[in-house]
Write a protein that binds this ligand. Structure first.
Ligand code: PHE
Length: 353
């Protein structure tokens, strides 16, 4: 997927107002019930006109003035029509035998609502914007890879459990092809190009042979990062991830590293942030610990550099891997990972454009 592609060009304010004007004008108000439906749809607290006023509040400068005038005019127009129609339907109801006017086919058809971005795309955009500004270049790779790119180059021992059929989806056994279990496979591809220094982020879908439940799925998305240069240190890694946490959760967030193990990094760590929902006080999202884990990271094992043709005497590097679903679930308090893939419009449209 290319992030530069805008699937839907956002409407301008003029277009939005005009489209709403037409929809309101086309709304048939034949009786008192329809008049009420009209009021609810356009003028109530959550009505479409009212919601535009909310969006309008974010504007500034000269645009604010012109849009404000146009928006007020639209509201007056929509209100007038409702007042007239309510008075009319009341009279009509009083006069016995009155019938609703027939549908008028010449009126403009209602305009379909705008689509919205998927919550995972929004989080991915937020993450990649941050790393992009630090000079990390975006890299992608295939979802079906050989053993070398997913495991071998990354120093997974032959009997590592991830190589088991229980944990990985194998597409072919001889030669081995599998659905990548992490986007570190893209990092291998990038390292083997031999272009140094290297600073890259690899977003993409990954697969693990997990039982589908509220907390885990057999497919999810990651953004993995890799930086290789002379004299890269763990302090560099900490600084970047600290700034990343601030970018996502605000200036008051704190981070902590817990020792961990990954075959391809040494030392390895997992990073927690202070729970941004309860500010570290304890809540059910952080299971009352005040901390939530958001990523795995570490210094690239020199053997991995050598495997990919990089001189580990000269170069060092750090790597990190972040699950997009997990971050999105934490940020929006989404209780079930399966919601991301069901495409229920009531769910996906809640997250803005
Ligand atoms: N590849 C690891 C995973 O998918 C995450 C990770 C990336 C950990 C880079 C450390 C360094 O779980």
């Amino acid at each position: 997927m290319n992030p530069e592609q805008e699937p839907v060009a956002p409407l301008s304010w003029d277009e939005t107002l005009e489209s709403l004007r037409r929809v309101a004008a086309a709304f048939e108000i034949g009786d008192a019930a329809a008049a009420e439906a009209y009021r609810l749809r356009f003028l109530s607290k959550k009505g479409e006109v009212t919601r535009l006023f909310e969006a309008f509040r974010a504007l500034s400068g000269p645009e604010k003035k012109s849009v404000g005038q146009a928006l007020n005019a639209l509201r007056t127009e929509v209100e007038e029509r409702w007042k007239e129609a309510s008075a009319g339907t009341a009279q009509a109801a009083a006069a016995s035998g009155a019938t609703a006017p027939a549908a008028a086919p010449q009126l403009p058809a209602p305009v379909w609502g705008r689509g919205s971005r998927h919550p995972l795309s929004l989080t991915r955009r937020l993450m990649l914007d941050f790393f992009g500004e630090l000079g990390f270049r975006w890299s992608e790779g295939p979802e079906i890879v050989d053993d070398w790119h997913n495991f071998g180059a990354l120093h997974f021992e032959a009997d590592h459990p991830a190589r088991d059929m229980q944990d990985t989806f194998f597409v072919n056994l001889d030669p081995v092809y599998l659905l990548r279990t992490h986007t570190s496979s893209v990092q291998v591809k990038e390292m083997m190009k031999g272009l140094l220094p290297l600073r890259t982020v690899s977003p993409g879908r990954v697969y693990r042979n997990e039982t589908v439940s509220a907390r885990s799925h057999m497919q999810f998305h990651q953004v993995e990062g890799l930086y290789i240069d002379r004299d890269v240190s763990f302090a560099d890694l900490k600084k970047v991830l600290y700034d990343f946490a601030i970018h996502l959760f605000g200036p008051d967030v704190q981070i902590r590293f817990r020792p961990s193990y990954f075959p391809f990094t040494e030392p390895s760590a997992e990073m927690d942030v202070t729970c941004f929902l309860c500010s570290g006080q304890g809540c059910n999202v952080c299971k009352h610990s005040g901390w939530v884990e958001i990523l795995g990271c570490g210094m690239v094992d020199p053997q991995v550099l050598e495997n990919c043709g990089i001189d580990s005497e000269v170069y060092s590097g750090y790597a990190f891997g972040i699950g997009i679903e997990r971050l999105t679930m934490l940020r929006h308090r989404i209780p079930d990972i399966r919601l991301f893939y069901e495409n229920d419009v009531r769910f996906v449209k809640q997250f803005g454009v």
